[in-house]
Design a protein around this ligand. Sequence first.
Ligand code: IMP
Ligand code: MG
Length: 202
Amino acid sequence: MSRIVIADKEFDLYLESVKIQQQIEIMAGRMNSELKSRNVIFIGVLNGAFMFAADLLKRIHIDVQISFMKVSSYRGTASGMNIKRLIGLNEELKGKTVVILEDIIDTGKTIEDILFQLKGFRPLEIQIATLLLKTAAYKGSAKIDYIGFEIPDRFVVGYGLDYFGFGRNLRNIYMLGEGEEAVTNEGEDKRPEDERLEEQRT
Ligand code: IMP
Ligand code: MG
């Protein structure tokens, strides 16, 4: 299918499954040689990176640890600022080579928050791998070590990426038509504050 509809928007086929898999094969090949003989832990960022992580890690043949985490954002009560927290990370990172697996890097805000917090766990080094990079939108200063595809600053869905929670199961990646705006509040946590605090305790 070359055009799909999710919610109220039309998306056109942008990256076919075979092309995605070929690129992941290349990324994994590089990692297998560049990361061997290091003490590596891959950390996939949920939800978006689940498909990328699964397909990439099946092709990693060196001994590595694998974990996942989630980034929850909530509004700090005092500052009124949007603060991001890492959830579900229980592994020891000290002295290890951490490789973050992301589905997409847009402005870079999320990855910078993740980096800042992961550094607190005193890993030896942190590398970043992302399937997609919106090169023109990226404002961060962190070096992205592994990039699958550099894409235009347009909204995409499929292969883990969602539009209002839908589209993650698609094997291809689709792009929103030019001139169309995707209204999202990605990263915003709209649950009541007591519910959010509950989650942090567990
Ligand atoms: P950043 O903080 O601006 O780099 O945005 C990163 C996050 O925004 C990603 O982890 C995604 O969850 C979301 N995001 C950015 N662009 C897209 C897109 O085109 N489709 C789906 N999600 C996106
Ligand atoms: Mg993501």
